[in-house]
Design a protein around this ligand. Structure first.
Ligand code: NAD
Length: 459
């Protein structure tokens, strides 16, 4: 087995052969990757189930299906995306033909988290390869079955000098981050994101940081509460609440609090039964460390519903919390589990005070029929992306850029946004040689007044 520096050296040498820039070769690789993933469909569903009891349905929709869609999109549009784009020339530089070339960065490091372990490793890999880069991917150490499968899939499709999966934990990640990369794409916590940013700064390496945060879900008194409860319970409990864009807490108009709590409880029981531990559809928490963390967050909180914990099975039941103080730990950190605090508001100032307490979340959700309220609220706050009258579903449209702002991240991807993320936009101007007025050349004496007129004309 080669050392990490040897692997990077071989990928950098391979990049210099120019062969990764060949679009037909990139297409071949993407097609081979798609065939390999399709042949492993059942193994992928099984791996996620073994890792944290994720149901086949949730794995299909949020990991396998999205990865195949991303591959289909890249395969369909790659030739167009990769083509140099002719843009309008400027009179200042007449005569010229001006282009934007999309060129790969070189050798890319991708570090993936455990919560959507297949999707969040494969999606950046697909677009990095589509853009003509070589890739070293480090999947999460916490989902061993899925990570091993990712390694097998990559080994089956790519030569080591084009893409490789290196499994390991913090130590491996630290060694990888100490190398000189051409691009780093990281998905994970804000805390580790800062470590990545510092390591990248050492070599001035460009980065995309896909991080987390506390995404609020505001519900006013014009909403259809039955529909709100159905959508919020689905989005909060999907993946066992371990979703970077899950509604973290609910901010409801005080007049509807009792009704919304009733509707949420009704919906939880309807979907997951009286004992969600027996439901095939409710995943487990990834490990005991996170169970301990969630247990600590529940300490001293008023539980409205649920709160059952079985440490031996990494299980925590869907739980509703009554009006925590915003200084409490549960309102200070991203919950990342099936616990939903419910806070009330009466005025827009109340909303402002709570949301600004956890500035720049990754997602923002608002349920309302009041268009003025929706418009004012959406425009007021800074957040990665949002949905009006639903949760999570903005992730499902690859035409929408996905990414955070401030503490929730830097950069964006999905679909063509992903291809652009892994491509450097190179400005190329091809100058005509048939016309070369002496105006721009020294001596400049007496020319500035004409220059003023030219700039005035250009506007
Ligand atoms: P994490 O930050 O603990 O780990 C992510 C990756 O970083 C893993 O591969 C891990 O091995 C590595 N890592 C961990 N500690 C490290 C260190 N000290 N130095 C170097 N590398 C280290 O995150 P996680 O627990 O795997 O995932 C959960 C977090 O990810 C949540 O905060 C969630 O919001 C966020 N997330 C964000 C998105 C997004 O698209 N924005 C998607 C999923 C998860």
């Amino acid at each position: 087995m080669k050392s990490i520096p040897e692997i990077i050296a071989s990928q950098k040498a391979h990049f210099l052969t120019q062969s990764t820039k060949d679009v037909s070769q990139r297409l071949q690789l993407l097609k081979a990757l798609k065939a390999e993933i399709i042949s492993k469909e059942q193994a992928i569903l099984d791996a996620l189930h073994s890792d944290f009891k994720k149901s086949a349905f949730e794995t299909y929709i949020s990991e396998f299906g999205l990865v195949i869609s991303e591959l289909n999109l890249a395969i369909k549009h790659l030739k167009k995306w990769a083509k140099p784009k002719r843009i309008t020339s400027s009179l200042l530089t007449f005569p010229s033909k001006d282009y934007i070339y999309k060129t790969p960065y070189g050798t890319v490091l991708i570090i993936a988290p455990w919560n959507y372990p297949f999707l969040l490793a494969m999606e950046p890999l697909i677009m990095a390869i589509a853009a003509g880069n070589t890739v070293v991917l480090k999947p999460s150490e916490l989902t061993q079955n899925t990570s091993q499968l990712i390694t097998q899939i990559i080994e089956a499709v790519f030569a080591e000098n084009t893409a490789i999966s290196i499994e390991g934990g913090v130590e491996t990640s630290t060694e990888l981050l100490a190398q000189n990369w051409d691009y780093i794409f990281f998905t994970g916590s804000t805390k580790v994101g800062k470590i990545v940013a510092k390591a990248a700064a050492e070599h001035l390496t460009p980065t995309t940081l896909e991080l987390g945060g506390k995404s609020p879900c505001i519900v006013d008194d014009t909403s259809n509460l039955k529909l709100v409860a159905r959508r919020v319970v689905w989005g909060k409990l999907f993946n066992g609440g371990q979703t970077c864009i899950a509604p973290d807490y609910m901010l409801v108009k005080s007049s509807i609090k009792t009704a919304i709590v009733e509707a949420l409880i009704h919906e939880i029981v309807k979907r997951y039964g009286d004992d969600p531990k027996l439901s095939q559809d409710f995943p487990r928490i990834i490990n005991s460390k996170n169970i301990d963390r969630l247990k600590r967050l529940l300490h001293d909180e008023t539980i409205l519903f649920g709160g059952t914990i079985d440490v031996s099975q990494n299980y925590i039941s869907p739980t509703l919390i009554d009006a925590p103080n915003i200084e409490n730990p549960i309102m200070q950190e991203e919950i990342f589990g099936p616990i939903l605090p419910i806070i009330t508001y009466d005025t827009e100032e109340d909303i402002e005070a709570i949301i600004l307490h956890n500035d720049t979340p990754l997602s923002f959700y608002i349920f309302s029929k009041n268009e003025t309220f929706i418009k004012n609220t959406i425009e007021k706050f800074r957040f990665g992306g949002g949905v009006i009258n639903d949760v999570l579903v903005h992730f499902g449209n690859a035409k929408l850029p996905f990414g955070g702002i401030g503490n929730s991240g830097i950069g964006k991807y999905h679909g063509k946004h992903g291809f652009d993320t892994f491509s450097h936009e190179q400005a190329i101007m091809k100058r005509g040689t048939w016309f070369d007025p002496s105006f721009r050349y020294a001596p400049y004496d007496g020319k500035i007044s004409l220059l003023r007129k030219v700039f005035k004309f250009l506007g």
